[in-house]
Ligand binder design. Sequence first.
Ligand code: ITT
Length: 198
Amino acid sequence: MIKILVVATGNPGKVTEMQAHLVDLSLNLVLKPDTIEVDETGTTFQENARLKASQVAIATGEWAIADDSGLAVDALNGAPGLYSARYGKTNSDRINRLLTELGPNPNRSAKFICAVSLARPDGSIALEAEGYCSGEILQEPRGIGGFGYDPIFYVPAQGMTFAEMPTHIKRQISHRGRAFQQLLPRLHHLLTVGNSSL
Ligand code: ITT
């Protein structure tokens, strides 16, 4: 039975959001030790999420949950995509690079993607899910909340960027929120009925 769950990310923005999704479960959430580094060699978000969950689970001997996510911009053929974290050194470098590469292009469509994987202590994958959120890239940043590309990602249905949204709204409609909404009932099931094959 799961008692301890390692939140397998080194990104503080993700830690906050993942903890908020997991807080109602009766689990002891612990952070990934900084000494564990995982090479993200996968060719899809799901592959990278699996790699992170699996390697952190094996290294800690505990259950681990990982998120691999990114922003795919239509007019940039899906860039930065899998390379969203590696697109620049800081959040503002990444945002500036994206705005420069997109320039005045009128096609501002983009989507955030999030893959989540839960690994058993032996590294095998027990559960996984994916979520998306569509939006538009603004010409300049707006808002101070969230992290990463949030200030330039505008969601027309809400009339706000992710960085302007109250956290509970981002939690409901974001790519990460949607991935967790799929995963959580299955995780609840696993915690309540248990399953030796899971
Ligand atoms: P871990 O691998 O340790 O989890 P990371 O930041 O390297 O941390 P990823 O490889 O999944 O994680 O990179 C995802 C990047 O996409 C992240 O660094 C942000 O720049 C961006 N990103 C993902 N979700 C986001 C969100 O909700 N808001 C803004 N930017 C986001």
